[in-house]
Design a protein around this ligand. Structure first.
Ligand code: AMP
Length: 419
């Protein structure tokens, strides 16, 4: 496998899958350029090595070609500002213009291609199928798009001498630009710095954690976190289960949870998790007490209750003070920490105390030498809300890709480079 640090880019054209799926306002101005700034080191590495860069990305979910609302031309000024140089733009990632501009690209230059998802071939999913299409029609459309996807991918590959994937956020998708294209560069494919950082951080946590290793899995539902929990049980020493999930576990054991979030169809799974944890010697921490409210509202009345004695009409919306104390103690004594999901409704200040204490404990443990990874779902918003993102070891930008990685799935975008 090639590495971006050692690859010789001199005179080479690198096609880079970046994640420039950035938010735009009603005037089509970029409102948050974090993702563009994050890609700069990879692009600069290619240029400084004597190569040129062809950038490809998706933006939003266009359903037709072209769809001006989702044009990547809107982001040109921001890309130019962040890179500190003028760039070329091709108005269609497939057209003659793209081919010519790629051909004529000189070392040190950057070409941005128009939104890949203007073509259904990028995702390989048929578009425009009648709603009442039968199974045969669906299968035929699928076959057709898979065939034209090959041509689409080959064409993109023809623009360049090497391929870099730096879009971790789409690494869990087997799309043309995120996975299939790698086939055309058997000896000239590599991860960019964002991908490399994400993979290193998560592998460090999942494959070679210093112990004790504590995972904090919060959020709303057991059903959305179950595969992650199952995958983590074999690896962690301590598992903190927080947030709305708590009450499914409590109710499964016959506790009174009032009108707290509950998924009765997950009771069996909750029992299985607890049993498996016992067998593996993993300590599970659940909220013993909760901050309960009489409405899902910032202005609700609140009281602290035992998590298995919540009165009717009240719901647990945050970890209670005793729970916070025990969570903090476990976290502060850990050497590896993985945090996914808030332990309360952190969006409302009234119910953010538990999540804030968790964030602070992770920051403290990190200052004392622990490795901490925060990511997936709302965890990033949560750590940002408390201004602590710089005080943890790694904040993943991966979202869905990180969740799938944590579930133990092979990410097509990662596998395509490693293969
Ligand atoms: P997830 O996307 O599954 O990580 O869930 C995050 C969401 O879970 C956040 O919006 C939190 O407000 C919500 N959440 C956390 N704790 C609770 C709770 N006790 N009851 C209801 N929702 C919660």
């Amino acid at each position: 496998m090639q590495s971006i640090d050692t690859y010789d880019f001199k005179g080479k054209k690198a096609i880079i899958r970046v994640d420039f799926n950035v938010p735009l306002n009603e005037n089509f101005e970029v409102t948050d350029d974090t993702r563009i700034r994050a890609a700069v080191p990879t692009i600069k590495k290619v240029l400084e090595g004597g190569g040129s860069a062809i950038l490809m990305s998706h933006l939003g979910r266009p359903k037709k070609n072209p769809d001006p609302k989702f044009s990547l031309k809107h982001i040109i000024p921001t890309v130019e500002k962040d890179l500190g140089m003028a760039i070329e733009f091709a108005n269609d990632c497939m057209g003659d213009e793209a081919k010519e501009k790629a051909e004529n690209l000189k070392p040190g230059q950057v070409l941005l291609l128009e939104n890949l998802r203007f073509y259904a071939e990028e995702e390989g999913k048929p578009r425009g199928l009648a709603e009442d299409a039968n199974d045969d029609e669906k299968a035929a459309a699928k076959k057709l798009i898979k065939e034209s996807q090959k041509e689409f991918t080959k064409r993109l590959a023809s623009y360049a001498d090497c391929y870099i994937n730096d879009a971790f956020g789409t690494a869990h998708r087997a799309h043309a630009s995120t996975a299939l294209i790698a086939e055309y560069f058997p000896n000239d494919k590599m991860f960019g710095y964002i991908m490399e950082g994400e993979i290193k951080a998560i592998d460090k946590v999942l494959e070679s954690p210093s112990r004790p290793f504590t995972a904090i899995i919060g959020g709303s539902k057991v059903s959305s976190k179950i595969t992650i929990i199952e995958n983590l049980l074999n690896r962690v020493d301590n598992l903190i289960i927080g947030g709305g999930m708590t009450y499914t576990f409590v109710a499964a054991n016959g506790g009174k949870i009032g009108s707290s979030l509950c998924e009765p169809d997950q009771f069996d799974i909750a029992h299985t998790i607890v049993k498996k944890a016992e067998e593996l010697g993993v300590k599970i921490y659940l909220a013993q007490d909760s901050v309960c409210a009489d409405a899902f509202s910032e202005t609700a009345n609140t009281q602290v209750c035992s998590s298995n004695q919540i009165p009717d009409g009240w719901m647990g919306l945050d970890a209670g003070p005793e729970t916070v104390k025990s969570f903090v103690e476990v976290i502060e004594n850990s050497k590896t920490i993985l945090w996914n999901g808030p332990v309360g409704v952190f969006e409302m200040d009234k119910f953010a105390t538990g999540s804030k204490a968790v964030a602070e404990a992770i920051a403290k443990a990190t200052a004392n030498g622990a490795f901490s990874l925060v990511g997936g779902g709302d965890s990033v918003a949560c750590i940002n809300k408390f201004g602590l993102s710089k005080q943890v070891s790694y904040v993943s930008t991966g979202g869905g890709a990180l969740l799938e990685y944590m579930e133990g799935k092979v990410l097509p975008g990662v596998a395509a480079i490693r293969k």
